[in-house]
Design a protein around this ligand. Structure first.
Ligand SMILES: C[S@@+](CC[C@H](N)C(=O)[O-])C[C@H]1O[C@@H](n2cnc3c(N)ncnc32)[C@H](O)[C@@H]1O
Length: 353
């Protein structure tokens, strides 16, 4: 099915607004500039996890091999033709989403969620589980600090990068990383802390899956163990509430130098919101450029991709999964959550039996 792009949108210059997320634990990087969207033809793609000519999307390993030469790999594969891969697989974090994840976010070392989860893990003692551990932002740092942390993620590509980073840092991940779905967890250990950072719980857009995920987290906690999850309260931030299911304009989310000299990676995004269902829909377009020319692009569609919750709804869901002592905190603090908080955390305890 062809991607729906308004006529002429690719030729228009779009004003890119800064997304306020650089210092609050939001994973999405920000930038502030005016750009031209690329040629419109690049935005029309067909196929499921494949290119226009029906070839399968190359895997991360095939494309990247040695990650330093990933861009050369793209160029060799595609020659002069710049195609656009539409990526609509079962798991979201694949292709350039995974490969460019760390680079597009930049330095995350000052994000306030790191000390927040760490202090809970240390207070709880024992083992902790990082749900949606991705490329290991928190798992690897906590392991390096001597904490007993496992990670689980449903993206083999994110996990592969996590393993590569661990090897670079001399960290032993044996028996610690699991490729599983959050709503079907079956892990060998039980934990004193399960943390679900970066609003990853909101990626479970199906209410049944979300309920199952909470039950699985409950089952994987030791008695007295704690679940802690971050939530983005209002997905459209401070902007006026968007109209029902109306696509935003495409905007540049981030642009960074890529692996080779004179090359860049950039990400464009557009969103729409179903207010009745409390669901966000999102399309992301990733582009690799060499010498200012796009040499590879991917379109990632996820409809829906994020669910939002009122405070009452998430409290109820967590209670219903059997948790006690449910409390909501303001951002990454121990203060009670405020209505005005852009981010809040949910903490809940599996009762000591
Ligand atoms: C927003 S990213 C956060 C990554 C990492 N925690 C960080 O802070 O950098 C969400 C992660 O959750 C994973 N994920 C998404 N849905 C999942 C699911 N249903 N089960 C397990 N992992 C999932 C993605 O693959 C991705 O790595």
């Amino acid at each position: 099915m062809a991607t729906q792009v308004p006529t002429g949108v690719a030729r228009r210059h779009e004003l890119i607004r800064k997304r306020d997320g650089s210092d609050n634990g939001d994973d999405r990087p920000s930038c502030d500039r005016t750009v031209a969207l690329p040629d419109e033809s690049l935005l029309h793609c067909t196929g499921r996890t494949g290119s226009r000519d029906g070839q399968q999307s190359p895997t991360l390993r095939e494309r990247a091999g040695d990650r330093r030469h990933a861009l050369g790999g793209y160029r060799r594969r595609r020659g002069d033709h710049v195609g656009c891969l539409e990526i609509t697989a079962d798991y979201e974090y694949r292709g350039l989403v995974a490969e460019a994840w760390d680079r597009l976010r930049g330095d995350t070392s000052a994000w306030p969620d790191r000390p927040f989860y760490r202090s809970i893990i240390e207070e709880q003692g024992g083992a902790a589980l990082d749900v949606g551990c991705g490329t290991g932002r928190l798992t690897l740092d906590y392991l390096a600090a001597g904490l007993d942390v496992d990670g689980v993620d449903n993206s083999p590509e994110m996990l592969e990068i996590c393993r590569a980073k661990a090897a670079e840092r001399g960290l032993d991940l044996s028996g610690r990383l699991f490729e599983q779905e959050l709503d079907a967890l079956r892990l060998p250990r039980r934990y004193r802390t399960i943390f679900v950072p970066s609003a990853t719980f909101q990626l479970l857009t199906d209410e049944g899956a979300a309920a199952a995920a909470l039950q699985h987290c409950h089952a994987h906690l030791e008695p007295g163990g704690v679940l802690v999850m971050s939530f983005i309260a209002t997905l459209w931030g401070n902007a006026t509430r968007p109209a029902q299911l109306e696509w935003s304009t495409w905007r540049l989310v981030a642009e960074r130098p890529w692996l080779e000299q004179d090359s860049q990676i950039r990400r464009f995004m557009r969103t729409r919101y179903d207010h009745a269902q409390q669901l966000q829909h999102e399309e992301n377009r990733y582009e690799l450029l060499v010498g200012g020319q796009v040499t590879h692009s991917e379109l990632h569609r996820r409809e829906p991709n994020v669910r939002w919750y009122t405070r009452a709804q998430i409290r109820h869901a967590v209670h219903s999964a059997g948790f006690a002592d449910v409390r909501l905190t303001s951002e990454f603090t121990n203060q009670p959550a405020l209505e005005s908080d852009a981010i809040f955390c949910v903490l809940a305890r599996r009762e000591a039996s």
